[in-house]
Design a protein around this ligand. Structure first.
Ligand SMILES: C[S@@+](CC[C@H](N)C(=O)[O-])C[C@H]1O[C@@H](n2cnc3c(N)ncnc32)[C@H](O)[C@@H]1O
Length: 208
């Protein structure tokens, strides 16, 4: 984690505009890249370690991307909804046939209008400089006792960003904990694992 911190800067760039995010993705290529498949396998192992025997829940996979997490979430789901900003990613997810509903849009706008017992956000929070609006949107969507499971790259302090390339935001574990606690969540689990070949924190919180 300390070495990863050397690749980060406290000078925060402007987050990517929606149009840039949409241009970034080639849905078919995405599914063929082993780093994406390996990250889903890590996420599956993490959820299995902490949630086995739970459910079935109404789950929202936000963002769902091409739906790589769909098959691993399905066993826990009474109803599985996916949403993503990129229409081509959602079309690819549709082909899997494991989502009950798929929506295109910004998760910040859409989550407060939806209801769920679990919200999953795998491999996407690095797009967001500020985690607070996400946590508020998830809290608005979740029923009491509902789970928020997500991955987030760790920073040594506060909010930092990767140097060069596309802007990728990272946060200190204490910032994540404080934010979730102050929005009425209790920590269920956190583990340092790999995601997209980088050290990443895997988190589960539960709405009180
Ligand atoms: C690296 S992919 C991860 C997708 C999926 N969760 C997975 O594990 O394969 C990141 C996804 O975040 C989506 N995304 C980025 N910003 C978003 C936003 N504001 N609202 C909804 N989706 C967003 C992108 O379109 C992309 O599909």
């Amino acid at each position: 984690m300390r070495v990863f911190g050397e690749c980060l800067t406290a000078e925060l760039p402007t987050p990517a505009a929606h149009g840039e995010v949409i241009k970034e993705y080639d849905a078919e290529l995405y599914d063929r890249q082993s780093t994406h498949l390996d990250s889903i396998a890590e996420f599956q192992a993490f959820l299995g370690d902490h949630l086995d025997g739970g459910g079935p829940w109404e789950i929202i996979d936000a963002p769902c991307g091409t739906g790589l997490a769909g098959p691993i979430l399905k066993p826990w789901a009474r109803r599985l909804v996916g949403l993503d900003l990129v229409p081509a990613m959602v079309s690819q997810a549709e082909r899997l046939g494991c989502y009950d509903d798929l929506l295109v849009g910004d998760l910040l706008d859409m989550l407060p209008r939806l209801r769920a017992e679990m919200v999953v956000c795998h491999g996407a929070l690095y797009y967001f400089r500020d985690l607070a609006p996400i946590v508020a949107a998830v809290a608005a969507c979740l029923s009491q006792g509902g789970y928020f499971a997500f991955t987030d790259f760790p920073a040594p302090e506060g909010v930092m960003a990767t140097r060069g390339g596309n802007a990728r935001f990272c946060r200190s574990p204490s910032l994540v904990r404080e934010l979730l606690e102050s929005n009425g969540f209790a920590e269920v689990a956190s583990e340092l694992r790999l995601s997209f070949t980088l050290p990443c924190l895997y988190w589960i919180f539960r709405k009180r």
